[in-house]
Design a protein around this ligand. Structure first.
Ligand SMILES: [Ca+2]
Length: 310
């Protein structure tokens, strides 16, 4: 095991909300004037700004790239479901008041500049075997997450999936999510320590962890989804991310990809034998040697949302 866990795990509870902020990036939205004239939008007959019209247009603009051009969810040719994640800006990391916080979780503003899709579930053993012809998992169950695979095995899965004729024709290039994309998706717009609250009181409803997992992982999707419809972001198995592990850079970032080199890759989310509830927080970071594998470690796939219909 190569996780770098904080050396303080029992901190007095501090019910303090995170300060992450989700902001829709309106600059990505095409601003056509064909439907409503500018004067209709911004001025009434008295020349006063019509706030209601402005708000309506902003709402329509904000949802159009999510619901107008791309489906909110789709199923690919081997039966995997993916959920559309909007572009946006959020505060990555945790506040100093967050219970169980690790010093590596320095808060910084991150912008995810373009929408992307993320697996609704961890990749299952069924899906992995269907594509790769083998199931490396130590605890075998077809609808449970595939585990005991190295980082490059997860990358190879993405590459092979992208090469399927139907997927290639649809322009889908699968990859692992970046660490920033993973945390952004886990938060689902939330500003709290967990995707559902600041307290871990309801963790059992959202995650398989030491308290309820009965010493094994479980079929994906049995626990409640987060706000954006993603299951098992907290718990079940840790998930490989694309990035090398390293300290966060200072200042605001757009589409961060992590350090250019390193010795361990980022893993996120916590897993079934982990007892410390604070390890399931949205901001919690861990790392693992990419050439190693573990029964507690799997992955989910991501792909950029292009203009082509998925
Ligand atoms: Ca997970």
């Amino acid at each position: 095991m190569h996780f770098k866990f904080p050396d303080y795990l029992t901190v007095s509870p501090v019910p303090f909300p995170g300060i992450a902020q989700l902001k829709i990036d309106y600059t990505l939205v095409p601003r056509s004037k064909t439907e409503v004239s500018e004067s209709d939008l911004f001025e009434s007959s008295e020349g006063v700004t019509d706030v209601r019209a402005l708000v309506l247009v902003m709402v329509l603009f904000s949802i159009s790239p999510v619901f107008g051009q791309q489906p909110k969810e789709f199923t690919n040719n081997i039966g995997m479901k993916l959920v559309l994640i909007p572009a946006g800006t959020f505060t990555m990391g945790s506040s100093k008041e967050e219970r169980g916080r690790h010093s590596a979780e320095t808060q910084h503003e991150v912008t995810v500049s373009t929408p992307f899709y993320l697996g609704k579930y961890e990749v299952t053993q069924n899906e992995y075997e269907k594509l790769m012809g083998n199931n490396p998992s130590s605890i075998k169950w077809p609808t449970s997450p595939v585990e005991t695979l190295r980082w490059k095995d997860a990358v190879s899965f993405c590459e092979k999936l992208s090469e399927l004729p139907e997927e290639k024709a649809a322009g889908r290039e699968y990859r692992l999510p970046t660490e920033a994309e993973w945390e952004f998706s886990c938060r689902g717009g939330s500003e709290t320590a967990y995707g559902f609250a600041d307290s871990s009181e309801l963790l059992h409803e959202h995650a398989w962890f030491a308290e309820n997992a009965q010493n094994k992982h479980h079929p994906v999707g049995e626990k409640k989804p987060n706000r954006w419809g993603l299951h098992d972001m907290h718990g079940n198995v840790w998930e490989w991310c694309k990035d090398w592990y390293g300290d966060y850079p200072s200042g605001a970032l757009t589409d961060p990809q992590g350090p250019s080199q390193g010795s361990e890759r980022v893993i996120r989310g916590g897993s079934w034998p982990v007892a410390a509830e604070t390890h399931f927080r949205s901001a919690y970071r861990a790392n693992y040697v990419p050439t190693d594998s573990s029964v507690v470690l799997g992955f989910r796939v991501a792909l950029n949302a292009s203009n082509r219909k998925p």
